[in-house]
Design a protein around this ligand. Sequence first.
Ligand SMILES: *Cc1c(COP(=O)(O)O)cnc(C)c1O
Length: 338
Amino acid sequence: MSGSGVAPPAPTARDVWRARVRIRDLIRRTPLLSAPELAAPHGVWIKDETRQLTGAFKIRGAANALRSLSPEVRARGVVAVSTGNHGRAVGEVARQLGVPAAVFVSRRVPADKLAALRATGAEVVVGGESQDEAEDIAREHVRQHGSTLLPPFDHPDVIAGQGTLGAELLDDLPEVHTVLVPLSGGGLIAGVALALKAIDPQIRVIGVSMEAGAAMHASLRAGRVIEMPEADTLADSLQGGLGRDNRYTFRAVRELVDDAVLVSEDELAEAMRHAFTHHRMILEGGGAAGLAAVLAGRVPLEGPTVAIASGGNVAAGAFARILAGGTRPDDTGVEPTR
Ligand SMILES: *Cc1c(COP(=O)(O)O)cnc(C)c1O
């Protein structure tokens, strides 16, 4: 992960099951809630990852990546470039394991997100005008200090860690037929698909992204990694590209995932309202994508279906405006960051 040496091999389903044991004491086993109000003939369930300690599933991948480092490497510290759920996850796991952590963010990151990052105990380093510039600064830091950069999705240990969510689904709902996964860089869906397809390749795994600026969706259609301009969206945690030299997730998603669909901003907002009204669940825009696809009829409900509610980190004011009927990002004050 330090950027030197040979790239490690792609993760396997066995790596997912190894991760389960490795991270057991660092993550929460989250509930699978039935959604009878949807009156789907075979049932719909919501996997509630908002209940993780950092409010999103990303703590699974961060925990597995950190635990996989040798004690000597760990002692030199870990680094993340993120303004959101990945940064919080790395900060939290590093604190629990007593590993020094630094999270690099650009000057454009809003104060509430900085506060959430600092609350984990991580050192927060503000610099650069964009996420890319912050990453350049982080890479220089890693070169100087011999610390380890933990990527948000494109690493075997991160993918295997996220896959533990898929293994939990099989425990709780062995009859699962279709799983809807919020999709950005593809670490979550790659891990979940690895776990599920190892048990039964017929289980359908479908990625859901927002219409505005979905880089993985566009790349799948094009058959190669393409860059997309960032757009304003409620699903700020689904923004961002696949990285210039994507090694693992694009390929894994192409090979394992059955379909990728898009949802509109209105549909995301509707799903956030639905989760609150029927389940008293607070979802961030990105976390609502799977449920939005169900509500919008974007996928056939041919068997028992699970929508992964991937995260709930939304600012209180923004959430209140959506509950009151707002949709557009400028109704909500949501900042386009990841
Ligand atoms: C990061 C994130 C995603 C997307 O995960 P990828 O592994 O990048 O596809 C979905 N939902 C939430 C809440 C996230 O934080």
